[in-house]
Design a protein around this ligand. Structure first.
Ligand SMILES: Nc1nc2c(ncn2[C@@H]2O[C@H](COP(=O)(O)OP(=O)(O)OP(=O)(O)O)[C@@H](O)[C@H]2O)c(=O)[nH]1
Ligand SMILES: [Mg+2]
Length: 491
């Protein structure tokens, strides 16, 4: 039998005494009201703290934008290296195949130039409407022929297995492992049309986890022992193909080094204006280390490895230290070629911040996908479109003027900016003047085209330098987090 209300010990305990005087009753009721007020206040405080912590827990969304080869993926890798060490370490070994491919490609490219020079083939010509003077190439014959020796023929024969290795690796790593050289001309910002018409770009361009470097690496990892088929259907690499590839490359080590160090080969490259050392994924100065069966990639190798991003890739990290420890960040890394940019627009919605990468070293280079377009000019156009995009009007944009190391090296070689950028005029041709000049140009575009004025955040970077990039990312992290919380408060 359940107790009657009057018998309940708790009810009995809190009941006012039967002989309570009116004064005692007043005091008791006041005390009860005060206790309730304190209790309500505590409840309210708990509710607010819960709300704040759920706002904090909302993932920070960060989009990496910029033309192809601007350093978006390299920046993403720096984030992972700095804030998610465990995942980074787990992935390190998967990059071995990509680095092998980069090195092998370096060697094959030199061989191609050497063979062309031996056969006295004319130098490649770029389209008629290409206006850069240094690309107007002469036929090989105008210079005295180079004195190739037996050694060069031997190198060509002994290094021929590297062609098969390159094909095998490209097949296994998929489309991300090859660059786009020419595509149908597209505008700098094909997403712009979606913005102005108020329509969203088609969503089939959204995250496609079956492409991009992450899945390229996964494919390779899942395929130990697989037999990649060559174009004629024969299986070229048996057993553990990566180990077999490592062995072939290790056997070619001395020849690769000898090719790269040869003075006639250097002259070939100079005549053909092939600056392999400035191109993405250059590893020929590390042949000793990489062309070894026991080779394992270092942090720096992975940052310098080149694998093109396809589509849009999402990476989720829980930051393992720093101010944002425990906070989830979602980084979106996009493919930067002109034809990939239509896929960006759906990601502009609800993004906390954008890091825009503009490489400033290629002021005298053309886009590989459209050889009529100067790379710096393309970055200006893209920056203008991003700054003027209405959907991004209130989004924090951080500009990285990247590849400062390569710019420095170029200027030291005596390449004059004003030859490619006439408006640079008679300014001093040094790093500090050049970076100030480019920075001013980007700042002016932001001021002129942003629908709502916003602070101009800029960093001079060389994102292959992991130490200095970690410091930059520290500042970026703080500023993005502050903005993230401010936005959360407004919601
Ligand atoms: N020397 C130097 N190399 C850099 C720098 N930033 C990036 N790279 C290298 O340039 C190459 C291209 O960089 P990625 O990060 O792959 O370029 P991306 O912007 O992701 O290019 P897409 O995926 O094609 O859009 C890689 O090999 C990088 O290691 C830099 O500041 N200095
Ligand atoms: Mg990329």
């Amino acid at each position: 039998m359940s107790p009657q209300p009057d018998d309940d010990p708790l009810t009995l305990a809190i009941q006012p005494p039967p002989d309570e005087t009116p004064e005692q009753r007043q005091i008791r009721e006041a005390a009860e009201a005060e206790a309730k007020r304190v209790s309500d206040e505590i409840d309210e405080q708990i509710k607010k703290e819960k709300e704040l912590s759920s706002k904090k827990r909302k993932p920070v969304k960060l989009l990496l934008l910029g033309q192809s080869e601007s350093g978006k993926t390299a920046t993403l890798k720096n984030f992972q290296l700095t804030y998610a060490r465990r995942e980074w370490s787990e992935e390190l070994s998967s990059w071995r195949a990509v680095i092998f491919l980069n090195l092998v490609r370096n060697a094959n490219e030199i061989l191609e130039h050497m063979v062309a020079e031996m056969a006295d083939l004319p130098y490649p010509r770029y389209p008629e409407n290409d206006s850069t003077e240094d690309l107007v190439l002469r036929p090989a014959k105008t210079l005295p022929p180079l004195k190739f020796k037996e050694k060069h023929k031997q190198l060509r024969i002994r290094l021929s297995p590297l062609q098969e290795v390159q094909r095998g690796l490209e097949e296994q790593l998929g489309a991300a492992s090859t660059e786009i050289y020419a595509s149908t001309p597209t505008s700098a910002a094909p997403f712009h049309d979606a913005d102005s018409s108020g329509r969203r770009a088609p969503t089939e361009f959204s995250i496609n986890s079956s492409n991009g470097w992450k899945s390229a690496l996964d494919k390779f990892r899942k395929a130990p022992g697989s037999r990649p088929e060559t174009s004629n259907g024969t299986a070229k690499f048996s057993k553990d193909s990566e180990e077999e590839i490592a062995e072939i490359i290790a056997n070619c080590r001395e020849d690769i080094k000898s090719l790269w160090e040869d003075s006639i080969v250097k002259e070939v490259l100079s005549r053909r204006k092939a600056r392999i050392e400035d191109a993405p994924g250059f590893f020929l100065n590390d042949t000793d280390r990489i062309a070894a069966q026991t080779y394992m990639p270092t942090d720096d190798d992975v940052i310098r490895a080149r694998l093109r991003t396809l589509g849009v890739q999402e990476y989720r990290f829980i930051f393992d230290h720093g101010r944002a420890v425990g906070q989830e960040w979602r980084l979106y890394d996009v493919g930067g070629t002109r034809s990939s940019r239509a896929a960006w627009y759906p990601y502009f919605d609800d993004v906390d911040a954008i890091i825009f990468l503009a490489p400033i070293s290629p002021f005298d280079e053309k886009l590989s996908e459209d050889r009529r377009v100067n790379r710096l000019e393309d970055s200006y156009l893209l920056w203008k479109s991003v700054c003027s995009c209405k959907l991004l009007a209130r989004t924090q944009i951080i500009l990285f003027l990247n590849k400062c190391d390569l710019l420095q090296a170029k200027l030291q070689r005596g390449i004059r900016i004003r030859d490619s950028v006439p408006s640079f005029g008679d300014r001093k041709n040094d790093l500090s003047t050049a970076t100030k000049y480019f920075q001013q140009h980007f700042k002016e575009i932001a001021r002129q085209y942003s629908p709502v004025q916003r602070p101009f955040y800029v960093h001079l970077t060389s994102v292959i330098d992991t130490k200095s990039t970690a410091v930059t990312l520290g500042a970026v992290e703080e500023s993005i987090l502050r903005e993230h919380l401010r936005r959360a408060d407004l919601m």
